[in-house]
Design a protein. Structure first.
Length: 289
């Protein structure tokens, strides 16, 4: 199934994204994703082309990822925390010919190692991207092709802790397989759930937690640009009341230390399911009946 169609079968008035003070419904996200798809097509992106995403966790990231995969191109989310030389290496290795990026990344990348970026034809930073989208009408009959299950959809790069980051190619079917297995069999989401993940969208763990799991099931994802420090996480719990929180062990250790310093994590009447990195194999709170 096409990713665009799979996501936008839900009630258009239901909340899809909480982002700071913004609450974006499925209907609003659909309209913006159609505009994003038109912008990407205007950049001469063809099926099979790589589109690099050097974007913070944001509605723009979500719109670009859905639009890219739905057009038959290949999304390449890139960890914002990597060094400039690592960003250049990934852009070169992936063969991306279009990059959508935060404004502060553009100058550093284009001056760091331009000889490694010869495949890039277009680099669009967020202010220009927003302007391009604002100029687009919503074209309801925009055609998204039906992909083959084994068709590449996105490439995720490793952290680089064991050497140069390496790209793992994921097919269109992978997006739906993880949703049908771990998400539906373990998480058992409802449309009332609000999901928040300390792992970011360019990581496999974060991409499922904050993107495919909530949006394929009509739930709400909570996104933020800020690095998820204990203070930031505490603020998200207070402001958005996530029902499911995902974290890796180091994050839970930081939250425990945060608590020991007398800064209470307010999860009352909100998050009743806190989920650890599945490698830890431990659920901190019982599953709902």
């Amino acid at each position: 199934m096409n990713l665009f169609d799979a996501i936008f079968t839900h009630d258009p008035s239901s909340p899809a994204i909480h982002f700071g003070r913004r609450k974006i419904t499925y209907g609003e996200l659909r309209a913006e994703t159609l505009k994003m798809a038109q912008v990407i097509r205007s950049l001469d992106v063809e099926p099979g082309d790589r589109v690099a995403l050097l974007l913070n966790d944001s509605p723009e990231f979500v719109e670009a990822f859905i639009a890219t995969c739905s057009l038959g191109a290949i999304a390449v989310p890139i960890n914002m925390a990597l060094r400039a030389e690592e960003h250049c290496s990934i852009l070169h290795n992936s063969g991306a010919n279009v990059a959508l990026m935060e404004a502060d990344m553009r100058h550093d990348l284009l001056t760091h190692a331009p000889e490694k970026l010869r495949s890039l034809k277009n680099v669009v930073s967020v202010p220009s991207l927003e302007e391009l989208m604002a100029q687009q009408p919503v074209v309801e009959d925009l055609h998204f092709p039906e992909p083959a299950n084994d068709q590449p959809a996105f490439i995720l790069y490793t952290s680089g802790s064991t050497g140069e980051p390496k790209g793992a190619v994921h097919s269109q079917a992978h997006i739906f397989y993880t949703n049908h297995t771990y998400c539906r069999e373990v998480l058992r989401l409802t449309t009332q759930d609000r999901l928040f993940s300390s792992s970011r969208l360019p990581f496999a763990y974060g991409l499922g937690n904050s993107f495919s799991f909530p949006l394929l099931n009509g739930a709400t994802t909570i996104l933020l640009r800020d690095k998820p420090s204990p203070d930031v996480i505490a603020r998200v719990f207070t402001d958005h009341r996530p029902t499911i929180f995902f974290g890796v062990p180091v994050v839970y250790n930081l939250l425990l230390e945060h608590h020991r310093r007398g800064k209470r994590l307010d999860a009352d009447d909100g998050g009743d399911r806190l989920v650890r990195d599945p490698r830890g194999g431990q659920r901190l709170y019982p599953e709902r009946p």
